[in-house]
Design a protein around this ligand. Structure first.
Ligand SMILES: [Zn+2]
Length: 246
């Protein structure tokens, strides 16, 4: 009885110490919301609650097979389901998040956005039958330069909610011809032509994979990934997801 009492006391003291250390870390190294600049409270992950509620969601994203994103692939590459969640406009909340994620090393925000997206889609059957999540890859040198692949961070967030495994290193990017940002639709298509390869096609044969990217513009990058999967794997079903659409 006495030993049990001592154990409970020790557990309580440990809990107080952990709480005190957390509070000290918060005080010494506060985190800020990348969208509004307010200090984040302990329970916030990446973005403050007010900004989360303000994020511009694309209206009527519920139809999986027929929506404006899915139509970018029709007649070009077979895609089963296509979804994007947020609207990207220069200067809006989503553009601030993408900028933090891509250029300021805040990879945690990608994971959180992935989690939030999955929570919106999981009840709608979007992930039903998907065997594997594949983030659109960066070249090795580009990934080294950034320290991580933002599409992989979003994928990790999706995987946390859905428990679908993330596959990296199988779909690879052979070349990077510079940013797509300032290119026209035709130039974007040319820029990513034959950029991707599949190193272990047998692992994907007969599977349903979900390709994941951060921003959808013309769909050229995702189409090129689909073509590479079709060429190298053949028997593979593909769905596509992007965090936002420009
Ligand atoms: Zn905020």
């Amino acid at each position: 009885m006495k030993n049990r009492y001592i154990c409970i006391m020790i557990q309580m003291i440990c809990r107080y110490i952990v709480e005190a250390l957390r509070a000290l870390a918060d005080w010494l190294m506060p985190s800020w919301c990348p969208v509004c600049g307010d200090k984040l409270v302990k329970s916030s992950t990446g973005i403050c609650v007010a900004c989360k509620l303000r994020l511009p969601v694309i209206p009527r994203y519920g139809d999986m097979e027929d929506n404006s994103m899915a139509r970018l692939f029709w007649g070009l590459v077979p895609v089963e389901k296509a979804q994007t969640i947020f609207e990207y406009r220069p200067g809006n909340e989503v553009s601030a998040i993408v900028e933090e994620m891509k250029y300021h090393g805040v990879y945690e925000i990608g994971i959180e956005m992935g989690r939030m997206s999955a929570q919106r889609l999981v009840g709608r059957g979007f992930f039903d039958g998907v065997d594997m999540i594949i983030p659109v890859p960066l070249t090795k040198s580009r990934k080294r330069w950034r320290g991580y692949n933002q599409a992989e961070m979003i994928s990790n967030g999706l995987a946390e909610v859905t428990a679908i495994p993330v596959s990296t290193g199988n779909l690879v990017r052979k070349r990077f011809h510079g940013s797509q940002t300032r290119l026209s639709a035709v130039e974007r298509g040319e820029n990513v032509k034959n950029c991707f390869d599949v190193t272990r096609p047998e692992e994907l044969r007969g599977k349903h994979v979900l390709l994941v990217d951060d921003v959808l513009t013309t769909g050229a990058t995702l189409r090129e990934c689909c073509m590479s999967l079709a060429d190298r794997v053949g028997d593979v079903r593909v769905s596509v997801f992007t965090l936002c659409r420009a």
